[in-house]
Design a protein around this ligand. Structure first.
Ligand code: PMP
Length: 362
């Protein structure tokens, strides 16, 4: 690492994740705590995945398959691509980091929306790169401005689709037009962590770009959201083999653990759990929309399992008051929206409890 890199790293502000349930129980002495802060699946994992985890437990004295053979083949079949098109990571987070490692030299740039998922900038900073942040328009990616922000130093463009924390999407036509403007030397990363929750028909079939061999697109997906396996850390990327080869150069040999591979494989096959998770999210979304409207609160219509809602006052105070009532959410200040909360859509009981607490606080 050059001195310049160490300087950049010292300037990085550590990421503060959503508070774990146990921490709130310990600190506030509350037993019954619900977490609606990290966009996890409120139904938990598929029972099939739990069984696979139990069976895999007996094999943990062995190293995992560094090539994720079975999981990659199952994913390839699901997406109509070949296993050579896939890289599996210790969460999508790890793949974002690998992208920065494989593609950035010190001083290189990435283009991201603002607000968006913070890991992109973090990964760039670790490589002494720089994030060029392009403000959203009406909470949506401003693709024209993002294309215009590309310079000779740009290596990666991150499109978070749907976007965290706004829940908005970039549609098929917009994305098609955007990609036409992007030079082949720039890799476009389509982070689709929340794709499984989307209901809008104009959501892009981005895997088709890979199927048609587009050389500068990678699609990221995760098992942390609808598949309910956030604690096991499994995410994957789909791209042409050349990109996958580049990422494999920087990948740790055993980056995805044995239990995680078995669980993800089983989760992928449990379509009933997937459907149920989607349905409960759609119902919860409608309930929260109605409640917010009844309370006179504005929110950004979402294509995800969370909602960005304006509580009309500094949301840090609201966050603390909700915490005292055993409800963990996220504040919008880290994204530059001081009066917003980002709340994960929970089970009907969790949503009711959140609304009851919110009514008490506001
Ligand atoms: N991308 C986005 C947009 C996310 O919101 C998250 C989770 N917070 C991730 C990636 C990371 O997911 P994973 O658990 O697979 O690392």
């Amino acid at each position: 690492t050059s001195p310049a890199c160490r300087e950049t790293i010292l300037a990085i502000k550590p990421y503060v994740p959503g508070k774990p349930i146990e921490e709130v129980q310990r600190e506030l002495g509350i037993k019954d705590v619900i977490k609606l802060a990290s966009n996890e699946n409120p139904l938990g994992p598929s029972p099939d995945a739990v069984r696979a985890i139990q069976e895999a437990a007996e094999r943990v004295y062995l190293y995992p398959d560094g090539n994720c053979y079975y999981l990659k083949n199952a994913l390839a079949e699901k997406h109509g691509v070949s296993p050579e098109n896939i890289i599996v990571g210790n969460g999508t987070d790890e793949i974002i980091k690998m992208l920065a490692e494989a593609y950035l030299n010190p001083g290189d740039e990435i283009v991201v929306a603002d607000p968006t998922f913070s890991e992109y900038e973090f990964a760039a900073l670790v490589m002494a790169g720089r994030a060029v942040k392009v403000p959203c328009r009406s909470f949506r990616h401003d693709l024209k401005a993002m294309a215009a922000a590309i310079t000779s130093r740009t290596r990666l463009v991150f499109i978070c689709n749907p976007n965290n924390p706004t829940g908005t999407i970039v549609g098929q036509m917009m994305l098609d037009n955007f990609l036409k403007e992007i030079p082949p030397s720039v890799l476009v990363v389509l982070d689709e962590a929340y794709a499984d929750y989307v209901t809008a028909e104009h959501y892009p079939d981005s895997l088709a770009y890979v199927r048609y061999g587009r050389p500068n697109v990678i699609v990221l997906r995760t098992f942390s959201k609808i598949y309910g396996l956030a604690g096991l850390r499994v995410g994957y990327g789909v791209a042409v083999p050349e990109i996958i080869k580049n990422l494999n150069r920087v990948r740790e040999p055993f980056n995805v653990n044995l239990v995680a591979q078995a669980a993800a494989f089983a989760a992928l096959k449990d379509e009933a759990h997937y459907r149920k998770s989607r349905e409960i999210n759609i119902e919860g979304k409608q309930y929260l929309y109605e409640q917010f409207a009844a309370m006179g609160l504005t929110y950004v219509p979402t294509e995800t399992n969370f909602i960005f809602v304006d509580v009309g006052q500094d949301s840090r105070g609201v966050f603390q008051e909700l915490l005292k009532r055993g409800v963990i959410v996220r504040t919008g200040d880290i994204f530059g929206y001081d009066t917003y909360l980002r709340v994960t859509i929970g089970t009907p009981r969790q949503n009711e409890r959140f609304i009851k607490a919110l009514r008490e606080v506001l």
